[in-house]
Design a protein around this ligand. Sequence first.
Ligand code: MLT
Length: 312
Amino acid sequence: GENGTGDGSTEGYPDQNITIVVPFSAGGPTDTVTRMIAEPMAAALGGKIVVQNVEGAGGTVAAGQVATARPDGYTVLMHHIGMSTAPALYKDLGFQPLEDFATVGLVTEVPMTVVARTGLAPATLADLTAYVKANAGTVTLANAGIGAASHLCGLLFQVAAGVKLQEVPYQGTGPALTDLVGGQVDFMCDQTTNTTGQITAGKVKAYAVTTPERVKSLPDVPTTTEAGMPQLQVSVWHGLYVPAGTPPEVVRKLSGALATALADPAVIDQMAKLGTAPVVAADATPEAHRAHLQEQITTWAKVIADAGVQAS
Ligand code: MLT
């Protein structure tokens, strides 16, 4: 191979650049979290990490690409809850999350926010619900494609509200948020890592956070439960993956570097400002990540089936 001696030894790892593939647009929430940890991880590994955005099909294009990459630890995927919903949403996904990847560790869990363009009339989540039902033919709901977190949250909103809306897919919620600020689309459900700045600046309207507790960085935004839609509960867990067959020693080095990055006070501080926090150390492991992925695939398959969504 190309990893040093060519005899399969992993002792020199890393001796070339590591690429972390982000399955959505630059500047969006997944990209933001990835760039927070890339440098401290690289420092811990004594190497260099490059972040590459591979957009398309709600994150599934990137996942499919990494699934078949050389299993040498130089191609890593950052993905989120979408890794667990995609099997239920796609008839022909082209990869199997539990078979085709080795889990490295969980990273963070991010609350979501229901946000709208400032010009949208409704003042509260209850008003928004009534409004979208009355205007179902014209209201537009942005998301980052089938399999994105924004897609899942938008789906849960529509189920809770009892309405089917016109969805506008983007390559990531970075560009979707830009259009929301610009007033080109009406509303969406997106992660605090993307929306906090625009909410605080008054550039978008925030109706609710999708977690049981309020988010410290957005103290004035009610929870969905407070706002009368307790069914809308979702937070976006993230994890790092490498192709199945990556040497366990390399996976162990990546997990160790992840844990080091997540303990970095600067990382903790940046995450806190955006409404989130690193996972506890025990969850930044291959075992905890794999168990969580497995549980989430089962959970969301049932929710998606109960919602009557046909795989596309
Ligand atoms: C992104 O990074 O653009 C988002 O995570 C997309 C999404 O899943 O909603």
